[in-house]
Design a protein around this ligand. Structure first.
Ligand SMILES: C[S@@+](CC[C@H](N)C(=O)[O-])C[C@H]1O[C@@H](n2cnc3c(N)ncnc32)[C@H](O)[C@@H]1O
Length: 261
């Protein structure tokens, strides 16, 4: 599992929280009593849930002690739990009206087993609401893999490769969830983030997608060299507009699965 840095992550808090708001706004559960935010990070997504459902009892869960500490210090009155989504609620004892997860389940294992397990934690008329990035093959990700596969870099990474995030397409989630949900709402959106430079895209991914690559490298020097190479490639692939700004397309998948009455 990669290491996380809340300060690096929150550099782009507005852009990262927008899909979280878009998802919360579409969840048609009027007054949930209890809600859990899986992979809550520094609490930015949980804060959106507090606004959306002010009367609900809301728990944030994350496997990174650093993220939970950051959430705790920003929102001391809330319930924060250090835990792993992969083993969370394995005995099925916890039940929620909304199980919510923004930009986290792509780091969890075996979605064919995980999503039905999460559905079993939903009370009648409640919902599972998930947003994940949907662009594993986007240029910025392809470039990280391309560098790691170059002869100069290959041997510096584990022979089994780097454990990256993963997602499937929406039909996969339909197939996995249709038999355990009363009805499903599935959609995808491509946000076009307007970034000040290609360097900003690098900074964005230093908080997420680059983590497994950087964690696998042995020294700060190797990390700096890898980032330098990545920036060179990013600067060619994401060329500036006339005003110097860089357009950064980012596709995201949204899934809301409602439980039966
Ligand atoms: C990209 S951040 C998302 C943070 C927040 N939900 C948001 O909307 O911005 C992903 C978070 O998922 C957490 N995470 C990744 N794998 C996890 C797992 N297996 N169990 C619990 N949390 C996990 C990470 O620690 C990180 O805080």
């Amino acid at each position: 599992m990669p290491t996380w840095d809340s300060i690096q992550y929150l550099q782009f808090a507005d852009q990262r929280t927008r899909p979280c708001r878009d998802l919360a706004a579409r969840v048609n559960v009027a007054t949930p009593g209890c809600v859990i935010d899986l992979g809550c990070g520094p609490g930015n997504s949980t804060a959106v849930l507090m606004e959306r459902w002010p009367a609900a009892q809301i728990t944030g869960l994350d496997s990174s002690p650093q993220m939970i500490e950051s959430a705790q210090s920003s929102y001391p009155g809330q319930t924060w739990v250090l835990g792993d989504i992969n083993s969370w609620n394995a005995d099925g004892k916890e039940q929620f009206d909304v199980v919510y997860s923004n930009a986290a389940l792509q780091w969890a294992d075996d979605h064919a087993a995980l999503f039905p397990r999460l559905m079993r934690a939903i009370n009648p008329c409640g919902a599972l609401a998930v947003q994940m990035p949907g662009h594993f093959d986007a240029t910025a990700h392809r470039l990280m893999r391309e560098i790691a596969a170059e002869p100069a870099w290959k041997d510096r990474f584990p022979p089994s490769g780097v454990r990256e995030w993963h997602v499937h397409n929406l039909p996969f989630y339909y197939d996995v969830l249709s038999s355990c949900a009363n009805h499903l709402d599935l959609w995808q959106t491509e946000y076009i983030h307007i970034m000040p430079s290609a360097q900003a895209i690098l900074e964005w991914y230093k908080g997420t997608g680059l983590r497994p690559f950087l964690d696998a490298l042995k020294s700060d020097d190797q990390q700096s060299e890898f980032l330098e190479s990545y920036l060179t490639k990013l600067s060619t692939a994401y060329s500036p507009r006339a005003d110097g700004k860089v357009l950064f397309p980012f596709r995201r998948l949204f899934i809301v699965a409602y439980a039966a009455k």
